[in-house]
Design a protein around this ligand. Structure first.
Ligand code: FAD
Length: 116
């Protein structure tokens, strides 16, 4: 196990980035203003250039050419992001996440209240 004070490796960075992106999508407005849309598009489009894992960034850039970001509302964005994360999961041989559960995972918590 890597000590917590070490610089992030691909996995730690990935987990932190997905946490930020999915949570931001979970709280994105139902009716975004043009400024929300433009900012979200800039954030997402900057990743293939700036994400500090070169091969991850390259894969994401190729993927986003075929699947341009959907920033029309919270539901659309959360689903788009879930699908992009699933593309990475599949490429890494991991299980796909059920995108119907994205709000439960990233915003509401499970119905049993265990995260309240
Ligand atoms: P993670 O995949 O980090 O997921 C964290 C949590 O998110 C999971 O525990 C689960 O609860 C939830 N989750 C899982 N799938 C979804 C989904 N589809 N939608 C919503 N929530 C979900 N690693 C590489 O080795 N090669 C790469 O090319 C690569 N590309 C990446 C590209 C990007 C843009 C990012 C952000 C990360 C990338 N990573 C890559 C890192 C990789 O995706 C994982 O973050 C890392 O392997 C740690 O995986 P994990 O199993 O801990 O869970």
């Amino acid at each position: 196990i890597r000590p917590a004070h070490c610089p992030p490796d691909v996995e730690i960075l990935g987990r932190a980035t997905w946490t930020f992106l999915h949570t931001t999508a979970a709280y994105y407005p139902e009716n975004p203003t043009p400024a929300h849309r433009t900012s979200m598009l800039s954030l997402l489009k900057s990743l293939p250039l700036l994400y500090p894992c070169v091969h991850c960034a390259a894969h994401l850039g190729e993927n986003m050419k075929e699947n341009p970001p959907k920033v029309g509302n919270r539901f659309e964005l959360s689903k788009w992001l879930c699908e992009r994360h699933n593309d990475v999961n599949v490429r890494l041989g991991k299980e796909k996440f059920d995108c119907a559960k994205v709000d439960e995972r990233w915003r509401d918590g499970p119905p049993d209240g265990s995260c309240d």
